[in-house]
Design a protein around this ligand. Structure first.
Ligand SMILES: [Zn+2]
Length: 591
């Protein structure tokens, strides 16, 4: 594992997901795991770990990739090993982990065999309606191949029969969403549809989308959620678009898969699509990590507009700079690109995309007629809503002036309306922030063992203090680290030690301590001594309490001897406590 890890620089890897800026020894960026507008996600090149001060997530490069790409540990190891060009080491797995891993591999296999089947059906010569449809949509053979388009024939079980022959069970095919469960039997989910494989960021197929050929409903159909496919966390064609997105620092979002393919074919390759639903926060974070600006281009029809507004709000909340590209009414991106070409699309639609607020204000003023009194009042209310969402005060003031001129309403009236509206906004924001914070370890006693581990990691020589501690001084989950320190085991590199801890509050707290540390060796030694002393005092106080409780249970007449013995021990502990508390003075008196 170390071999793989040491080859790969965590900063380089994380940069593919998050735009990082250097500040001092660490890099900072917007966290890919929670919504935020100011960076609290940091990566340490020295220690090869990351930590988010906002949501507490932390770990090494493996934990990062597992979390970011929804992979298991062995899969994360394989991904990195491939990247550095070495053969993946065999991870030691528990029987249960091995079973899960095997199940996942079978699912990936089933999906990729389904893909071969659909492709094969599309490539069949002769009177092929699917081919004709794609040609008529103007897709080149190259694009069809690159996007892996296929065809699911008009049959209840042809794909099923093919996959059963390949050795998959019906259950496996149900689990991957290739089959739909029926009352009497399970049947092919995709029938008489052009199929679009949906890939994860690595380009592995995890699901399918299908567009009906000819008439029928629904027009578009996606695989259901499966262990491989969480539609809120993926974007269509991101694996093909991410290079261009990073290069241009801009992402473009469409609604339709065919629109995306048409754009890529026309040379506009920073384009992705949401997966049939409104954009989610996780998708917004995926884009924000790679692009400074996100341009939404949806159909100009009303449904498209509602979706635009929702998507835009989500992107904004995730901290993206959002622009909206406008299409002439009646055209979708595919029509537009076919009619005018990629260059014109880039110049006229992407190039002239508007900042969200401008776009909203303009569509509103187009929609309502300010000459009519009743419409003007409704327009005023809607515009106040939009302006209330503008957080920057100077920007807001700018828009107020503009709108005041346009609607011939005094600016003071708009300001007054906004003052009323902005209160709930401010409150909501606070609630969101609180909800994002995970349980933290603040108590000094709980923190001490973690602080020790962090300091041992930074200054291995300080592990010599470990012998002063007993097993009970550390919580069960961390005890193996105490043992390792006592035995001088070399496992305290930051990345390694995080990897050894189970995900959860200990790992979160430790990654925070590791990334945050600023100790010089002298101070570090004092800090270690302080932690050790604190833990010892807590231990002694506990024992004294136990002794006192024991004494209280005894009968003072019949158990005189026992009580005397217990009090003697109690006093000894008391003295010991004083020695620990005042090391110098105590040193003279005792011993
Ligand atoms: Zn975070």
């Amino acid at each position: 594992m170390d071999e793989v890890r040491n080859y790969y620089d965590i900063v380089q890897f994380v940069s593919e997901y998050v735009q990082l800026k250097r500040a001092g020894r660490n890099y900072f960026g917007l966290c890919p795991f929670h919504g935020e507008k100011t960076p609290s996600f940091s990566v340490s090149p020295d220690k090869q770990i990351f930590h988010c001060f906002g949501c507490g997530e932390g770990g090494d490069v493996f934990s990062f990739i597992m979390k970011a790409d929804n992979l298991t540990f062995p899969e994360a190891v394989t991904v990195l090993a491939k990247r550095v060009g070495i053969s993946p080491p065999q991870a030691a797995l528990s029987p249960a982990e091995e079973r899960t891993q095997r199940t996942r591999e079978r699912m990936f296999d089933a999906v990729s065999w389904a893909q071969r089947y659909y492709r094969h059906r599309l490539e069949q010569p002769g009177d092929n309606a699917a081919q004709q449809y794609l040609n008529q949509r103007g897709l080149s053979a190259e694009a069809i191949h690159r996007f892996g388009l296929g065809f699911a024939p008009d049959s209840w079980d042809s794909c099923k029969q093919f996959l059963l022959k390949k050795g998959f069970s019906e259950q496996e095919l149900l689990d991957t969403g290739i089959l739909t469960q029926g009352e009497k039997r399970n049947y092919d989910r995709f029938r008489k549809r052009v199929t679009f494989p949906i890939c994860d960021r690595r380009g592995e197929i995890i699901a399918f989308g299908g567009r009906i050929l000819g008439e029928g409903t629904p027009k578009y159909l996606n695989s259901p959620e499966t262990p491989l496919f969480d539609k809120s966390k993926h974007l269509y064609a991101l694996h093909l678009a991410q290079g261009a997105i990073r290069l241009y620092k801009q992402a473009v979002i469409f609604e339709g898969y065919l629109d995306v393919i048409a754009a890529h074919q026309a040379g506009i390759t920073n384009v992705v699509a949401s997966l049939g639903t409104s954009l989610t926060e996780a998708q917004a974070r995926l884009l924000r990590g790679q692009a400074e600006e996100v341009v939404i281009v949806y159909d100009a029809d009303t449904a498209g507009q509602a979706a635009t507004w929702r998507g835009v709000q989500i992107l904004r909340q995730a901290g993206c700079l959002v622009k909206v590209g406008r299409l002439p009414t009646g055209l979708d991106p595919d029509d537009y690109i076919r009619r005018f070409g990629g260059e014109v699309f880039r110049r006229e639609v992407i190039g002239k995309s508007q900042l969200l607020v401008d776009y909203q204000l303009e569509s509103l003023t187009e929609h309502f007629n300010p000459e009519k009194d009743d419409e003007r009042i409704r327009l005023f209310a809607k515009i106040s809503d939009v302006l209330a969402s503008v957080e920057n005060a100077m920007e807001r003031e700018d828009y107020i002036e503009k709108m005041s001129a346009r609607l011939t309403v005094p600016a003071s009236a708009i300001r007054e309306e906004l003052r009323k509206k902005r209160q709930p906004f401010a409150q909501r924001k606070q609630v969101n922030q609180i909800a994002g914070v995970t349980q933290q370890i603040e108590n000094a006693v709980d923190k001490a063992p973690l602080q020790l581990v962090a300091l041992w990691s930074r200054f291995p020589s300080l592990q010599r203090f470990a012998v002063e501690l007993e097993d009970d001084d550390f919580p069960v989950e961390l005890r193996f680290l105490l043992t390792a320190a006592k035995e001088g085991e070399d496992l305290f590199s930051p990345a390694n030690v995080l990897e050894l801890l189970p995900a959860g509050r200990y790992r979160q707290a430790l990654s925070r301590l590791l990334i945050d540390d600023h100790y010089k060796e002298k101070l570090a030694e004092k800090a270690v001594a302080d932690c050790v002393r604190l833990l010892k005092i807590v231990r002694i106080a506990c024992r004294r309490k136990e002794l006192a409780a024991e004494m209280a249970k005894l009968d003072p007449v019949t158990s005189k001897g026992e009580i005397a013995e217990l009090s003697r021990r109690w006093l000894e502990l008391r003295k010991l406590e004083e020695v620990i508390n005042n090391p110098r003075e105590g040193g003279k008196g005792v011993g």
